[in-house]
Design a protein around this ligand. Sequence first.
Ligand SMILES: [Fe+2]
Length: 199
Amino acid sequence: MTPITKDPPRSSDIPIKDIVEYILNLFDTQGFQEYLGEPVSQREHALQAADLARREHAPPALIAAALLHDIGHLLPADNLLAFGDDTRHEERAASWLSRSFGPDVTEPIRLHVAAKRYLCTTEIGYLNQLSSGSRHSLALQGGLLSHEDVAAFERDPHFESAIRVRRWDEEAKVPGASMPNPRTYAAILKQLLLLPNAT
Ligand SMILES: [Fe+2]
C-alpha cells in the first residue's frame, strides 16, 4: 500500500462508501508509529482499546469510538505532540469523522481528552496510575478541570461514553498482546456510516 505522506483528503472529498477502506488503510500505512512514548504502536493501542470495548459488550458505536479515538494522530501533519505541543488530536479526529459517523461515535472521541482531565480532577489516585506519557500530555492538554468545567462535563450527554473510552484508552498499552486485524471491525464501521445504503 502507498504510504500517505501529505494532508489527508477532507472527508468531504471521500465518498462515504470509501471512508471505511480509507480508515483501515490508515492503520495499515500509519499505524506502526510509536504511541507517544508508550510500549505499543498506534495500531496496537487502537486494537486493544476496541477489544476492551468489545469484551465489555459495548454498543457498536462505542467499539468504533474506542478503535478510532486516536485516529487524529494517524492523519498526516499531526506529529507536533512529539515536539511538546498539544495538537488537539481529539478535535481533529471528531471533526474529520463527523461527516461519516454520528455523534455516538464522534462525541466520545472528541471528549476523550476532557475525560482524562475530568478523571484526574475527580478520582483519587487516577493521576498517579497514569503512564508517564499520559501524565506528560495531561499538562499539554490543559491539566486539571475547574469546578465549573467538571459540572459542565457531567451534563454532557456523551459524558458516560467518553469516560468509558478513556478507561479503555489507559488500559490499551500492553506490549505484545495478540489482537485481530483492524479489518475485523470493517462490518461494524460500515454499519455505523451515516449513509449505510451507500455501502
Ligand atoms: Fe489513546
